[in-house]
Design a protein around this ligand. Structure first.
Ligand code: F6R
Length: 261
């Protein structure tokens, strides 16, 4: 995997937004897999600025969710559908009809999970999947010990993740759902390019285990080691635990600019 160390979150956002812009130039109807949470916000801001300035045209792009809470009422402002509409679909001018996600309000959750995997495959697969990482090493909501070949399914959040996400629910962990639908690790690995962004010291240990630790279900993000095109973008704080940081800096500094990430 490629590791790119950037000075701060804004630089990470700019780098990834440029890569998405490049993809949309080559493939205007690319299917973009998007994550939620705090980390990807600088990416979406940078991309929206490129769309506003006319540098990037996302009008034909397609967007799909990585995961969704189970049991939030439709239209809840913190459902990931609402968040992606607010942060990605609307600001980028993506056609809402070209936006899909798992149905967290479905009565038959298992059928909804299966239907989502089928819809992703029918759409031709995800071209670029943006990922954050949990402080416990999760990607999507594949919590530690998730099967490395899992498909989209229901998962139970750890208390640590619910605590981490309570900030989106007025700081009240009781309001954070216990269950989610998440693309499985196998589903995520089907995307053609995986781009994981991690920022802040709270992610340093998870990043070190992901990049330099063994491939292990206990660190779900370590599954990126299996992917032929995985890019990990980290700010200085999140890179703090990397033993090979100097090598990663050297490699990126000497990379031909036409290669992109
Ligand atoms: C959300 C998701 C999660 C987050 C992770 C980090 O769609 O897939 O894996 O990326 O929990 O969240 P933040 O960025 O808020 O620290």
């Amino acid at each position: 995997m490629e590791v790119v160390i950037v000075p701060d979150a804004a630089a990470g956002g700019e780098l990834i937004a440029s890569a998405i812009g490049r993809l949309l130039t080559e493939k205007p109807d690319a299917l973009l897999g998007v994550a939620t949470g705090s980390t990807p916000v600088p990416v979406y801001r940078a991309l929206a600025a490129k769309v506003s300035s006319g540098e990037v045209d996302a009008s034909r792009a397609r967007v799909c969710q990585l995961d969704e809470y189970v049991g939030l009422p439709p239209g809840h402002p913190e459902s990931y559908r609402s968040v992606v509409l607010r942060q990605v679909v609307e600001p980028l001018g993506v056609d809402p009809a070209a936006f899909m996600g798992p149905d967290g309000a479905a009565e038959d959750v298992r059928a909804a999970c299966l239907a989502y995997d089928e819809a992703l495959a029918a759409a031709g697969g995800v071209d670029l999947q943006l990922l954050g990482i949990g402080s416990d090493g999760h990607i999507g909501f594949n919590e530690p010990c998730s099967s490395l070949s899992s498909r989209t399914r229901i998962k139970t959040l750890t208390e640590r993740t619910r605590q981490d996400n309570a900030r989106f629910f007025d700081g009240d962990i009781e309001q954070v759902p216990h269950h989610v639908i998440t693309q499985g690790i196998g589903t995520i690995l089907d995307a053609r390019h995986l781009v994981l962004l991690a920022t802040g010291e709270g992610k340093a240990e998870a990043v070190a285990q992901t990049v330099e630790g063994p491939l292990a279900a206990v660190v779900p993000a370590s599954a990126l080691q299996l992917h032929p095109h995985a890019t990990v973008v980290v700010d200085e704080a999140a890179a703090a635990g990397l033993k090979h940081a100097d090598y990663f800096r050297h490699t990126y500094a000497n990379k031909p600019s036409w290669q992109g990430i």
